[in-house]
Design a protein around this ligand. Structure first.
Ligand SMILES: Nc1nc2c(ncn2[C@@H]2O[C@H](COP(=O)(O)OP(=O)(O)OP(=O)(O)O)[C@@H](O)[C@H]2O)c(=O)[nH]1
Ligand SMILES: [Mg+2]
Length: 244
C-alpha cells in the first residue's frame, strides 16, 4: 500500500473525491466491473477519462489490472493466451462515484486465433484507439523477453498522432521478475526510446514491482487537465521570469 501523498491536486472533475482523502493505491482498489463489449459500438459512451491496457496476448494485461486494483479476479487472467476476448471496462472512484475507467483490451498476436478473427480484432482495436473520445491514456504492456513485436509497432503507428496531441502513453515491461537487474535496465532504456513522447517502466505482478509508481501515474493522468500540454503546465506553474 502506498504511503505517498497524492500528487496532482489538479482540477478535479465533478464527483471526484478531495485529493487529500485518497492515495493512488486506495483509488485503484475501488475498481469494479462496469461492462463488457464484443464490439466497439456496444461500448457505452463515457464522460470520464479512460485508460486502455493493450498488448500482445499473454503479455500480462489482466494480471496487471488485478495487481494494481489489489483484486484477485477482477480481470480474467490465464496461462492460456487469448483469454480476454472482449473489451472489459472497470470503473474507478469511491462510493459509486466514477471518476475514471480502465479498459482491458483483448490481446493480439496469438497464433492459434483464426486469421479472420485476428483481422476483425485488429480493426476493432485500431478503431477504438483512434475514435474513443474519452481515451486519456494507453498502457502498452510488453514482455521484455520478446520486446516490441511487429503488431506492437503497428499499434504504435496508430496511436502516435494521438500521443503527439497529448494522449498519455506508457510502455510497461511486464514479468520483470524474469530478468536480471542488468537485463531490466537494458530493456528499460530501449523501451524509453521506443515510447517517443511517452514513458517506460518495469513491472512485476509477482514481485509487486512498479505497482505504486503505475498507480500514481494513472491517478495523475486521470486527474490532470487534458487541455494542458506538459509545456503549458510548466508555464502555469512557473514563477514569472525576473528581470536581471
Ligand atoms: N512471472 C510472471 N508472470 C506473470 C506476470 N504477469 C502475468 N504473468 C503470467 O502471464 C500469463 C498471462 O497473463 P494474463 O494477465 O492473462 O495476460 P493477458 O495479457 O491479459 O492475455 P490475453 O487476455 O490473452 O490478452 C499468466 O500465466 C500470468 O500468471 C508477472 O509479473 N510475472
Ligand atoms: Mg487478458
Amino acid at each position: 500500500m502506498s504511503t505517498k501523498p497524492t500528487a496532482s491536486p489538479a482540477a478535479p472533475s465533478a464527483g471526484t473525491l478531495p485529493a487529500a482523502t485518497v492515495t493512488p493505491m486506495g483509488w485503484m482498489h475501488t475498481a469494479r466491473f462496469l461492462t463488457t463489449a464484443a464490439q466497439l459500438h456496444h461500448l457505452p459512451p463515457i464522460d470520464v477519462p479512460e485508460i486502455a491496457f493493450v498488448g500482445r496476448s499473454n503479455a500480462g494485461k489482466s494480471t496487471c489490472i488485478n495487481t494494481l486494483t489489489q483484486q484477485k479476479q477482477l480481470a480474467f487472467a490465464s496461462k492460456k493466451p487469448g483469454r480476454t476476448q472482449h473489451i472489459n471496462l472497470f470503473a474507478l472512484g469511491k462510493q459509486g462515484v466514477t471518476d475514471a475507467v480502465l479498459a482491458d483490451l483483448p490481446g493480439y498476436g496469438y497464433a492459434a486465433v483464426p486469421k479472420q478473427d485476428k483481422i476483425r480484432w485488429q480493426r476493432v482495436m485500431a478503431n477504438y484507439l483512434v475514435t474513443r473520445e474519452n481515451l486519456r491514456g494507453i498502457v502498452l504492456l510488453c514482455d521484455p523477453r520478446l520486446g516490441l513485436t511487429e503488431l506492437d509497432e503497428v499499434l504504435l503507428d496508430v496511436i502516435r498522432p494521438r500521443v503527439q496531441e497529448g494522449l498519455k502513453f506508457l510502455i510497461l515491461l511486464t514479468k520483470a521478475d524474469k530478468l536480471t537487474r542488468v537485463e531490466g535496465a537494458k530493456a528499460l532504456s530501449i523501451a524509453r526510446l521506443q515510447a517517443g513522447g511517452g514513458e517506460a517502466k518495469l513491472f512485476s505482478a509477482l514481485k509487486k514491482q512498479g505497482v505504486d509508481d503505475v498507480a500514481q501515474l494513472l491517478w495523475d493522468w486521470s486527474h490532470s487537465d487534458p487541455l494542458l500540454s506538459p509545456s503549458e503546465t510548466e508555464t502555469v506553474n512557473d514563477e514569472p521570469p525576473g528581470e536581471d
